[in-house]
Design a protein around this ligand. Sequence first.
Ligand code: ZN
Ligand code: ZN
Length: 130
Amino acid sequence: MQRNTLQNSLILEMVNKLKCHATAEEIYAAISVQYPNISKTTVYRNLNKLARDGKIYKIEVPGQADHYDHMRDEHYHIRCLNCAKIFDIDIEFVNNLQSSIKDAHGFVVNGCDLVFKGICPKCKNIIRGE
Ligand SMILES: [Zn+2]
Ligand SMILES: [Zn+2]
């Protein structure tokens, strides 16, 4: 197998294994435990490629690192304001939300990044002092 293909499938495997909307930094950390020779640039580059190819889903959070999701079907996320972790939420996905925009100021709309926010159960307990 080609070296690039091998790295690519290795990184995809790790995203599938982590199942936690990990950031590139976290994915790199997990991979480098097993493969200390792999460079951060390689991991970042391959994550972007996998997202472009539709093999993983990239969640862009303004002002924060991107997260990568092994689930490729469209679904919504919620971000904890305390620990910054991303979770899936079970809510019906609105297809073509952009088609209901009345006035896009001449924009060609390509989609939207909709991430809900809140406090996760774990942090809620910490804040409460439980
Ligand atoms: Zn939290
Ligand atoms: Zn998700």
